[in-house]
Ligand binder design. Sequence first.
Ligand SMILES: [Zn+2]
Length: 134
Amino acid sequence: MPIATIAKEFSFDAAHSLPHSDGPCKRLHGHTYRVTVMARGQIQPLDGRAEEGMVLDFTRIKEVFKRRIEARCDHQFLNETAPVERTTAELLAAWMLAEMRAELPQVIAVRVSETPSSWAEVTVDDLRASGEEA
Ligand SMILES: [Zn+2]
């Protein structure tokens, strides 16, 4: 079976502030965040199991995202609820990637968009290169 990359997109509303920023993000404000979770792997053989012909069932990505991430982010003040030192899109993406990989090792990247034109992406290679994951 070939290797494939799949992605599932989520969105939630949340408030945050970046206390040391020079820009308007210093003040309390909100975003409709969009998060794209990407997974990659070999398509599973057609052997009668539930995930045959898939890399990973989209519903499993959704279940893990809602339980591990959305519950701590949706309509929350991220500075208080997200376990990151600063609530930048970059650090949120790194945290979300580690959370997703704790249960779904096929997840290889997470992209966090604060606006339609501003996003940050962290990949598993980025985590490894920075020593965040062995
Ligand atoms: Zn912001």
